[in-house]
Design a protein around this ligand. Structure first.
Ligand code: ARG
Ligand code: ZN
Length: 861
């Protein structure tokens, strides 16, 4: 494995790369002219170039053929010794895009050619010093048959294009910005586009285009609008201006990840580009805008300022997730966005941090970097940046960001560079804060209080500790901001610190393992509230009574905390934490009833409150996971809520009909969201599912159609099969919508879902080379269907494991990610733990990629 502490600057740098491609799906020839410069500090170091699956055709130094005894090729590299200084290396290689199933490097998809180079895919295209701190400027010439590949795109600005005779043509692109190879991209194929022009803040113009297969072009409009909004927002909020004449986005149906921020040529999984009312849900639209923003924002946080090495991955990903979260929050509801993000963090990142795959935001070592594109790097990384923003405040944070960008522009930076810029700009000592990057595990913050009625003195005792994680038994205290507020018995805010009254609560900074806070002159014991806006990514324990949580759900000024009070109440009811269970249930039902009726509240917020903590979140809140008990408790409580509030739910469902019939405006999206939550609760009580059937039949948007279909399928309605067939027939030619119904079938909370998945394997629908399809089937089963996945006999585990050896041979990243679905296995109660253990043992010797081998080893360690 590779260790952060072993970092050494490259012995040879590439200052300019001039590449020529003769593109063809069966055999592409790549000629690379690399201008090489040795590091004067490392004289006589041999030149080592990375390369995998390359057929070497020719090798020259400064134009002269290199004799075969002057270099050596092994499985991973090309070694040349005895070079005596700066020179130009020219190599010619042949590669086979059509045979590339890993979708790393140059690959074919539906008659077109795409690249994916992050993290180490460029070495599958040509010999190169494939590391992010090697940043040449680029000139890229593409030659191909015009009929099959009329569109030829690459990084940077277009410089020249023309005919070559013989049905062939060419295009040359120039990227003047120093850019590492992981951001290299070319696309060739028969695409159409939607386009627009935008004036940049510096007065220049940029031509924007979103490309897709011709039949999909009408569904690219929304993504183009999102690019325009992202470009403006980054100018206004971060002062970041775009730096090329063109910005291209291309949709690919075969794509391993969500999207990729290649310089000037973002390549996207089609699911984050294509949308229209008939095929995309409101959630899809929001996902598209957020991912478009994310990739666009990388142009500064990732591309202009890139990474010194892959250990720094969160330097670009955590920061860019923070930026895309702020983008969405500024454009839509900040409260709802925060709730969604925290939901994901608690359900998935906390589980990662508590499981076999726990790792710090900056891991100290890895075998396969692709295994570290995790929720910890992305989401916890974003939380760290958010804490910094909270500690410094928006104005000083912005000064620190400006300094970071200015100082590191065109450089390959580290987490230390980022913190140094903020420390300098704010005058604050961030050395303890840096521990967040090194220490894995979710911190527990426990608060105890005491009230002395005589003197009116209120004391808060706050303790933090982080539990051990694999390889890190001992943890040190972290520096974190903790907001809090005190309320009186009527829910009025008590002013305890006149300096902060922005509704966000007062704030202290924890640095030690224990802190004590004292407040004097209080008339009675106050009700405390903590961690407004979830300003620190911790588990906070305070012994609330049900009625206190009911009061907080009404009076807390911070909307996130109002939602969180209900989540705490629901969690306590589900896990039987309250001594007075009856009172707790009653408080929860009363609060939810008020919300269903409350027309003054954003319906999307009410919808979030009505959704109970999901299985993963509950599983993460208990020491040992009793699958049946958790699923059973959740179902019982949902039934109880539905039964108690059936009239209210029905009334609100119908009252929202008019608003829900609108388009993409926030009020309509919000209305559809709450309506679909009401529909799900109502369908629990109605075996005939008449309401869901009616909504399905009348639906005019995918949100309503899919919402209704989900109710029919997940609640076993009589019309379930007919509706599934109708839906499948209507969208048979659309892979993205087909993925949606496959995901519904695979996530149906019924033991038979395993049989349905097996049936799918036997149909044309099972295309193991398409990552979206594999995820729709197996990701949905393992991540969204605890009931079937954790079938008591281990059949779910076996089903997932069975498919892994084949998938690993096709696309290791996809296989390794599915394997991570077992991350919490050590905490499973009863026989399930043994069943997973047996399944993991059975995989030994049947997987071959470094990706899956590393995952398996960490799971079993
Ligand atoms: N940098 C991409 C993003 O925007 C993700 C690329 C992931 N690639 C990989 N091989 N793991 O987040
Ligand atoms: Zn990213």
């Amino acid at each position: 494995s590779i260790h952060l502490s072993d970092y050494r600057a490259p012995a040879w740098r590439i200052v300019h790369a001039d590449l020529e491609f003769d593109l063809d799906a069966g055999a592409t020839e790549v000629t690379a002219h690399l201008r090489l410069q040795p590091d004067p500090e490392q004289p006589d170091a041999p030149l080592r170039l990375d390369g995998e699956d390359l057929q070497l055709l020719d090798l020259r130094i400064d134009g002269a053929p290199l004799p075969s005894d002057a270099y050596r090729v092994d499985a991973a590299g090309l070694h040349i010794e005895g070079l005596d200084g700066a020179c130009t290396l020219t190599s010619r290689v042949r590669i086979r895009p059509i045979a590339n199933m890993r979708l790393e490097g140059l690959y074919a998809s539906r008659g077109a050619l795409f690249t994916q180079c992050e993290a180490e895919g460029f070495r599958r295209i040509t010999w190169f010093v494939d590391r992010p701190d090697v940043m040449p400027t680029w000139r890229i010439t593409l030659r191909a048959e015009r009929a099959q590949y009329p569109v030829l795109l690459a990084n940077g600005n277009p410089v020249e294009a023309g005919d070559l005779g013989d049905g062939r043509h060419f295009a040359t692109w120039h990227n003047p910005h120093p850019t590492p190879a992981y951001l290299f991209a070319v696309v060739a194929g028969d695409f159409g586009c939607v386009e627009s022009r935008l004036a940049r803040a510096d007065g220049r113009e940029v031509a924007l285009a979103v490309w897709a297969a011709h039949e999909d072009v009408p569904r690219c409009r929304y993504a183009l609008g999102a690019v325009e909004r992202a470009l403006r927002w980054d100018e206004e909020r971060f002062g970041r201006v775009y730096d090329l004449d063109v910005f291209n986005v291309v949709a690919a149906q075969d794509f391993t990840m969500g999207a990729m921020e290649n310089k000037g040529l973002n390549i996207f999984n089609a699911r984050y580009v294509l949308a229209d009312e008939d095929t995309a849900t409101d959630a899809d639209y929001m996902g598209i805008e957020s991912v478009v923003g994310h990739e666009y924002f990388h142009n500064w946080s990732g591309n202009r300022v890139t990474l010194r090495d892959w250990f720094q991955l969160s330097l670009k990903e955590g920061l860019t997730v923070f930026r895309d979260q702020e983008f969405t929050s500024d454009l839509h509801s900040r409260a709802v966005k925060r709730i969604e993000d925290v939901r994901l963090l608690r359900a998935r990142q906390f589980a990662e941090d508590a499981g076999s795959l726990a790792h710090p935001v900056r891991p100290p070592s890895y075998r396969e970097i692709n295994n570290f594109y995790t929720l910890t790097i992305y989401e916890k990384g974003a939380e760290i940046v958010r804490m910094l923003h909270t500690l410094l405040g928006e104005a000083r944070f912005r000064v620190g960001m400006d300094l970071y960008f200015a100082r590191n522009d065109g450089r390959a930076a580290t987490v230390e560079d980022f913190l140094a810029a903020h420390a300098e700009a704010s005058g604050r000592d961030l050395s303890q804060f840096a521990r967040w990057y090194a220490q894995a595990g979710t911190p527990h913050v426990e608060v105890k209080d005491d009230f002395d009625a005589d003197g009116g003195t209120y004391t808060l005792e706050i303790a933090q500790r982080t539990p051990p994680t694999p390889g890190q038994p001992d943890k040190a205290p972290l520096h974190l901001p903790l907001r809090f507020a005190l309320y009186d018995a009527e829910g009025r805010r008590l002013k305890v610190d006149p300096r902060a009254d922005d509704g966000s609560g007062d704030r202290i900074e924890l640095t030690a393992a224990r802190h004590r806070l004292r407040f004097h002159g209080l008339p009675s014991r106050p009700l405390p509230a903590f961690n407004q806006g979830f300003c620190a990514p911790v588990k906070l324990a305070y012994d609330y009574t049900p009625s206190q949580l009911g009061l907080l759900a009404r009076c807390e000024r911070d909307p996130f905390n109002r939602w969180d009070a209900l989540q705490r109440l629901a969690t306590g009811v589900l896990l039987e934490h309250f001594t007075d269970a009856a009172a707790a249930g009653a408080a929860l039902l009363a609060a939810l009833g008020d919300l269903i009726d409350d027309e003054g509240q954003d319906p999307a917020f009410a919808a979030e409150c009505l959704l109970l903590p999901d299985f993963d979140t509950l599983a993460e809140a208990v020491p040992s996971i009793d699958v049946d008990a958790l699923i059973g408790a959740r179902n019982d409580l949902l039934d109880r809520i539905a039964l108690e509030h059936v009239e209210r739910l029905d009334r609100r469902y119908h009252a929202l009909a008019a608003a829900a019939a609108g388009g993409l405006e926030p009020a309509a999206m919000s209305a559809r969201r709450l309506r679909n939550v009401c529909l799900d609760l109502l369908t629990r009580l109605d075996p005939g599912a008449a309401l869901a059937q009616a909504q399905f039949d009348a639906a005019r948007s995918m949100t309503d159609r899919l919402g209704a279909l989900r109710c029919l399928v997940h609640h076993d309605a009589p019309g379930r099969q007919a509706a599934l067939d109708a839906f499948a027939g209507r969208y048979a030619t659309d892979p993205l919508v087909t993925d949606k119904w496959i995901a519904l079938v695979a996530s149906r909370p019924h033991p038979d879902a395993l049989l349905d998945v097996r049936d799918l394997f036997a149909t044309q629908l099972w295309t193991p080379t398409n990552p979206n399809r594999v995820r729709a089937v197996l990701g949905s089963l393992s991540r969204m269907n605890p009931l079937a996945f954790h079938a008591p006999g281990g059949e779910g585990y076996a089903l997932l494991a069975e498919s892994l050896p084949e998938l690993d041979g096709i696309n290791p990243q996809v296989a390794a990610r599915l394997l991570a679905g077992f991350e919490s296995w050590r905490r499973l109660a009863g026989a399930r733990r043994n069943r997973v253990e047996a399944v993991l043992q059975g995989l030994e010797g049947r997987l071959s990629s470094p990706d899956s081998l590393e995952m398996l080893a960490r799971l079993r360690a």
